[in-house]
Design a protein around this ligand. Sequence first.
Ligand code: NAD
Length: 249
Amino acid sequence: MNRFTDKIALVTGASRGIGKAIAVRLASEGAHVVVNYARDVDGATSVVAEIEAAGGTANAYQADVSDIDAAAAMIKAVAKDHGKIDILVNNAGTTRDQLIMKMSEDDWDSVMRINLKGVFNCAKPAVRAMMRKRYGRIINISSVSGVLGNAGQTNYSASKAGVIGFTRALAREVAGRSITVNAVAPGFIPTKLTGDMPEDLQDATLAMIPLARWGQAEEIANAVAFLASDEAAYITGQTLNVDGGMAIG
Ligand code: NAD
């Protein structure tokens, strides 16, 4: 399947984990992928190499998405170099878990700055480029923690719930220009982000998953690829839970 031939896709935080899986997947279906990274130049370079070895095209672009000027410069450069941005995947994210009594202002602010403001920082200039072309797909990576709430993650859950509200509002703003905006809310996927979880918490989490297994980054990439494709042209403002059933109401 080559659903993304001639499409330019930018994936933030794509040097590893879920972002890497999304970048590899979009490229495998013909997109030219811009692999954004904040600090991990080696990781980003190896993702580009993996994509190229499989016959795709990609390049790496450094920018800290929580820095509004850096994010704007990245989007501007991608639009200039490639003439457009068709697909933006706001994947970059972080955690600073702590019960609220122990959570510092910096724990709160840094998670908000990366997970929520980072989405604004990239979406705003991307929308400008997409409006000119009257086409665009924006996919924001939320979390089951933003849907259900998770103890010890007031900052993270609030940021990811914020991403869902942002997605709904922006979808309404840009629908008239054939730009869709959706969110994907992963459940628990083994990556560096979840690797630090204590074993007892990992076991407790597994017990909450109806499908009784952790997810794979590629399963998140499948959902993102669907929402980025023409098959999803009539879907906007939605949050697709990819969580083994954790968020079943
Ligand atoms: P990860 O830590 O492996 O990857 C996160 C990526 O974001 C890294 O490449 C990191 O360098 C990058 N990043 C962090 N801050 C950045 C910044 N300021 N600018 C640019 N890049 C930055 O974790 P992951 O599990 O692959 O997470 C990817 C996304 O999925 C995140 O938004 C995360 O919140 C979300 N998510 C993950 C899970 C899970 O179980 N792993 C569940 C729900 C949601």
